[in-house]
Design a protein around this ligand. Structure first.
Ligand code: SF4
Length: 117
């Protein structure tokens, strides 16, 4: 994975866990989703987003492997290209960070990978 300098917008949005949490709340509000209320799971995913953003300049999905150069990975910048379809079909995104409004958090589990590799 190549390290890039942080872009200014990225630096402010992903500088620490609280900034990433605010970003996730904004995404969820805009899309009519909810951030998973499980604090342990959510913290791990948010920390992963923060770490990838700090390392690469982009908040790549922490539940997937980066595929070569940045251009190959645009689809997994959070919220990823697959999140809306996954939430429509399964009530959750692949990582389980975002849920549909009606999803029972007790039923968050592994779902099939929609991304073709
Ligand atoms: S699965 Fe998609 S929406 Fe969910 S945390 Fe990963 S990149 Fe974000």
């Amino acid at each position: 994975m190549r390290t890039k300098p942080l872009r200014r917008s990225c630096l402010s949005k992903f500088s620490d866990l609280e900034s990433v949490r605010r970003y996730a709340d904004q995404v969820a509000n805009r899309r009519g989703w909810v951030v998973n209320p499980d604090p342990e799971l959510t913290e791990v995913i948010l920390a992963g987003l923060c770490m990838t953003a700090q390392k690469t300049g982009r908040p790549y999905c922490p539940c997937r492997d980066l595929d070569g150069t940045g251009d190959n990975n645009k689809d997994i910048i959070c919220p990823c290209t697959y999140s809306a379809a996954d939430i429509d079909e399964h009530g959750q995104c692949y990582c389980g960070l975002y849920l549909s409004a009606g999803k029972d958090v007790a039923n968050v589990s592994s779902i099939p990978e929609r991304r073709l590799t």
